[in-house]
Design a protein around this ligand. Structure first.
Ligand SMILES: Cc1cc2nc3c(=O)[nH]c(=O)nc-3n(C[C@H](O)[C@H](O)[C@H](O)COP(=O)(O)O)c2cc1C
Length: 194
């Protein structure tokens, strides 16, 4: 590409962004200062009405056991016939990466000019800013949700109110493998011309 901005480092970071599978995320995790910097980058997300709907809970190392227990309890409640093995598999999903950053939208329903979906959209933008910042610090991450992330058990374990929308449980660590380069998207499929 000959466009003069094509080599700009921000543009290049965006074009090359890839998620790292959770099972390929290992220690070391971001430090406290690095986490704060990534979260601060999240706070520059577009935010209609400056409602600041974002809520963040970081769980690292042994703290993730609380999340794993909540995954196990929620899975057992939703699947009363589940085997011990299936419950353990659900539990283990909280323990794949060394750090989990849970991000929720504390969505308000009393602001007519900012409907709920806009607040969740802002929280999604927050997450992507944060992911890009983590990538810039050489950490890998992947945004996951799954059917258990909205359960009361999981929200309780994260310290979130039951009324929030959990938008992502971001798995973070140092990539043990580099994800392959992305296959480009055909812009003709997304550009509407009439
Ligand atoms: C709201 C949201 C929820 C997601 N939940 C999951 C999930 O539960 N499990 C999963 O494997 N990927 C999930 N993804 C997709 C991954 O984050 C990632 O985008 C995907 O693996 C493709 O990799 P890439 O980001 O490198 O293109 C989710 C993405 C979004 C935006």
């Amino acid at each position: 590409m000959s466009l003069k901005h094509a080599q700009n480092p921000v543009i290049q970071a965006l074009l090359q962004r890839r998620s790292t599978p959770a099972k390929a995320l290992t220690a070391p995790s971001p430090s406290e200062e690095e986490l704060q910097l990534a979260i601060e980058c999240g706070t520059t997300a577009p935010d209609h009405g400056a409602l600041r709907p974002w809520r963040v809970r970081v769980m690292q190392d042994e703290q993730r056991e609380l999340l794993a227990d909540a995954f196990g309890r929620a899975f057992a409640r939703l699947n009363p016939d589940a085997t011990e093995q299936a419950i353990e598999a659900a539990r283990s999903k909280a323990l794949r990466a060394p750090t989990v950053i849970a991000v929720a939208s504390d969505t308000r329903h009393d602001v007519p000019k900012v409907p709920a979906f806009e607040q969740v959209a802002s929280t999604a933008a927050f997450i992507e800013h944060m992911q890009l910042a983590l990538n810039a610090m050489d950490y890998g991450c992947v945004w996951v949700t799954g059917p258990l992330s909205q359960t009361k058990e999981v929200k309780d374990a994260l310290g979130f109110a039951d009324s929030v929308d959990v938008v992502g449980l971001i798995q973070v660590g140092t990539p043990s493998v580099m994800p392959p380069p992305r296959k480009g998207v055909d812009l003709a499929q997304i550009l509407i011309s009439k």
